[in-house]
Design a protein around this ligand. Structure first.
Ligand SMILES: Cc1cc2nc3c(=O)[nH]c(=O)nc-3n(C[C@H](O)[C@H](O)[C@H](O)COP(=O)(O)OP(=O)(O)OC[C@H]3O[C@@H](n4cnc5c(N)ncnc54)[C@H](O)[C@@H]3O)c2cc1C
Length: 411
């Protein structure tokens, strides 16, 4: 084994989580190292979307490549039996410019030592952490942050049984006619008129779609959360039948997206000597599947805590440093909020498609600041509880019964 170097903090990964936390750590003058299985400059494979206000509040709205004012959903409870009436969100949504976002974070990390390595084994020795890579190279650090995504084998968490996953199959392409209106973003199109009676009993899926301009659109059939997940072949079949029902056919496929990630991964044990950030730290919002806004909001406090602890307490070992990090990353308030979201998700997963449509129709009747704060996880705990209570009271009886688990609708 060859010792490559010893750092204050070593970050593992090169996705959005790794770059967000590394770019904050280096601002504090710490000796930071980073390793990832591939170059941090390799373009990220996913397209990341976000409500524009989340970026505006961070002064980062310029990271958006696309921005839509015309943002709508369809819950099939509309003006006529086919439910053609849309619900207007009146709230801008955007897609990151991946290369600009990635470069902005990498620019902040330019003094950071980056190694193309795959971590294989992690051990704790003489109060510090050692990461041994598949190359047999060894890295040592006072504390290591695992930002290698939700599949990490290194972060320990309780086993709560099967994990529900969000799955989606999408196409960026050109179509025989516009699948959504010009300049429009569709958050959720739950209109069920293309589904057969037996399909209506299957796990519900919806269309997430947007106009990219110049005749290019992104259409993605998505399942909110399901265990086992809805297969990509089923999602593809549903997407095609949804489009063909509207007389829309694919003329050119520019890009295909296959999406699968956990929505209710249990929180990691908060007393382990290895820190995590991002998917590995279960930071995906259980209700929406979004995480990038949370990465940008939560990285500065974690970096500051580690910088203070490392510089002021030279004797703190990996376990104590990690503990301080975990306490900032998952404060008791954030843990409580996460529990509430998990509870909500659990209930939604028992809803059939008609109940789900009724639920979302009611959800978007909440004041905008309430539903958007709920989806971004920016409401303080007491406010979140009030919003959930309010949602309960304004819901139709069937939805209320579903929420309290008195009826299980997906049987
Ligand atoms: C298709 C898709 C679309 C999504 N869309 C959105 C969205 O629109 N908005 C949103 O907010 N969220 C979205 N998410 C959810 C979430 O934001 C993403 O999953 C996000 O990529 C997770 O970031 P991450 O950095 O934690 O992990 P990842 O992006 O998975 O990155 C993990 C990194 O770790 C590296 N790595 C893995 N193992 C090792 C190892 N052993 N040693 C060294 N390096 C290793 C990998 O090479 C990679 O660089 C989406 C997820 C998917 C899958």
């Amino acid at each position: 084994m060859k010792l490559i170097n010893t750092y204050d903090v070593l970050v593992m990964g090169a996705g959005p989580a790794a770059l967000c936390i590394a770019s904050e750590l280096v601002q504090h003058g710490l000796k930071v190292g980073a390793l990832a299985s591939h170059s941090p400059e390799k373009p990220w494979p996913n397209t990341y979307g976000i409500w524009a206000e989340e970026l505006e509040s961070l002064g980062l709205a310029s990271l958006l490549e696309h921005r839509w004012e015309n943002t709508v959903s369809y819950f099939g409870n509309g003006a006529n039996e086919k439910g053609r009436k849309s619900v207007s969100h009146n709230f801008d949504y955007g897609l990151f410019d991946q290369s600009v976002f990635q470069k902005a974070l990498l620019d902040k990390c330019k003094d950071l030592a980056w190694f193309i390595e795959t971590a294989q084994h992690i051990q704790y020795k003489d109060q510090i952490t050692e990461v041994i890579c598949t190359s047999s190279n060894l890295f040592r650090a006072r504390v290591v942050i695992d930002a290698s995504g939700h599949r990490t084998p290194f972060i320990k968490r309780p086993d709560h049984g099967a994990v529900a996953q969000q799955a989606a199959y999408g196409i960026v392409g050109r179509f025989s006619s516009a699948p959504v209106e010009k300049d429009q973003f569709v958050l959720m199109d739950f209109r069920p008129d293309h589904l057969s009676k037996s399909e209506l009993k299957e796990p519900p899926t919806f269309l997430y779609a947007m106009d990219f301009g110049e005749g290019v659109f992104f259409v993605e059939e998505t399942s909110l959360a399901c265990s086992p997940p809805v297969s990509w072949s089923k999602l593809k079949e549903r997407l095609f039948s949804r489009l063909s029902k509207r007389g829309v056919f694919i003329e050119e496929t520019i890009h295909e997206e296959h999406c699968l990630f956990p929505m209710n991964l249990p929180l990691p044990y908060l007393n382990q000597p290895l820190l995590a950030f991002g998917g590995s730290a279960s930071m995906v919002h259980p209700a929406s599947g979004y995480m990038v806004g949370a990465l940008l909001r939560r990285a500065p406090a974690l970096a500051k805590e580690l910088a203070n602890s490392i510089s002021q307490k030279p004797n703190l070992d990996s376990a104590k440093l990690a503990k301080r990090g975990w306490q900032v990353l998952w404060t008791p308030e954030l843990v409580q909020r996460h529990r509430l979201y998990l509870f909500g998700l659990q209930r939604l997963m028992s809803f059939n498609e008609s109940l789900l449509r009724n639920f979302f129709t009611t959800f978007f009747k909440l004041p905008k600041k309430d539903w958007s704060g709920f989806l971004a996880n920016t409401l303080p705990l007491p406010k979140l509880i009030l919003v959930m209570i309010r949602l309960f009271f304004i819901s139709p009886v069937q939805v209320k019964l579903g929420m309290i688990g008195l009826v299980s609708h997906n049987k």
